[in-house]
Design a protein around this ligand. Sequence first.
Ligand SMILES: NC(=O)c1ccc[n+]([C@@H]2O[C@H](COP(=O)([O-])OP(=O)(O)OC[C@H]3O[C@@H](n4cnc5c(N)ncnc54)[C@H](OP(=O)(O)O)[C@@H]3O)[C@@H](O)[C@H]2O)c1
Length: 327
Amino acid sequence: MRAVVFDRYGPPEVLRLDEVERPVPRDTEVLVKVQATTVNRFDTATREANRRSGLAISLLSRLVSGLRRPRQRVLGTEFAGEVEAAGAAVTEFAVGDRVFGTTGLKFGAHAEYLAMPVSARIAQMPAGMSFEEAAPICDGALNALTCLKQADLREGRRILIYGASGAIGTAGVQLARSFGADVTAVCNTKNLELVRSLGADKVIDYTQEDFTKNGQTYDVILDAVGKHSFTRSRGSLEPNGIYLPTDGFANLMWALVTPRLGGKKVLFQIPPRQTKQDVLFLKELIETGKYRPVIERRYPLEDVVEATRYVETEQKTGNVVLTVSHA
Ligand SMILES: NC(=O)c1ccc[n+]([C@@H]2O[C@H](COP(=O)([O-])OP(=O)(O)OC[C@H]3O[C@@H](n4cnc5c(N)ncnc54)[C@H](OP(=O)(O)O)[C@@H]3O)[C@@H](O)[C@H]2O)c1
């Protein structure tokens, strides 16, 4: 089958299409004929061994994905497609079912076929969705959910989401609203209307206003794009406020210390616990009209390098989808 492979860490140009062995599903797995996948920040960070995040994080990244060269040659976490074959012990899915999900650390979705354990993060596609729409359901939303679950969001709680226009941010706004919270979303001028349409109660244009200086305070601040910090946001948190980062070594340190001190704290789940139940929860949110992944661009799988270069600008709105054609 065709897959996008990489044999060394480096720039987007290390990615290339190649012929690889088609996976054979085990008894408890299904073989998915992938119709759409995505390029997300997890793919780009892993491909360059998290070089941009500094030496310590890069070393940690290599310990996970291969010290000298990548252990897993095929990237891609999110997928949507059809069940092509099912292992003997599989009862949840049948050949022809339309499914979506995420492989997480195992990657492998930038390929024509993918073997997925049925107990992993895979579910039937929500009714009425195309493969392209279903492929980006998981990445931003599961990352947002991992953060938001720690913050007891409900009616009467006020959250500010910084970087509301990315994959995590656009999902975070919708999830926080679905929990009943009052949402203030911070983004660039060009995305104000979009985040408002996703359900934000208030929007702040970061090119016009610094939220840390307007005197408002929040129960929760989610930095959905890894560009802010606890120290800069502290004054905008209520006395027992919670700061939820998605990135940053300093935030990790604060997350180890602040929960022991009382008062304002940083919460960062390590490792993130994302389950099949979470994927089923997202499916339910979609079916009840409370969540829909935002897609900015679509590329054919063959243009993975171009798609990756775009994701690496760190300026995508929502998600970037790759469509997979089968000869
Ligand atoms: N996706 C994952 O699998 C994953 C997993 C764990 C952690 N993370 C981390 O989580 C963060 C977000 O991931 P993501 O996938 O949501 O990112 P993303 O989709 O690439 O985020 C891009 C968005 O962020 C906005 N942005 C860029 N710079 C900004 C700034 N200074 N202030 C406010 N907004 C800014 C961009 O819009 P404008 O530039 O136009 O404002 C763009 O809409 C990253 O730091 C990533 O490393 C990601």
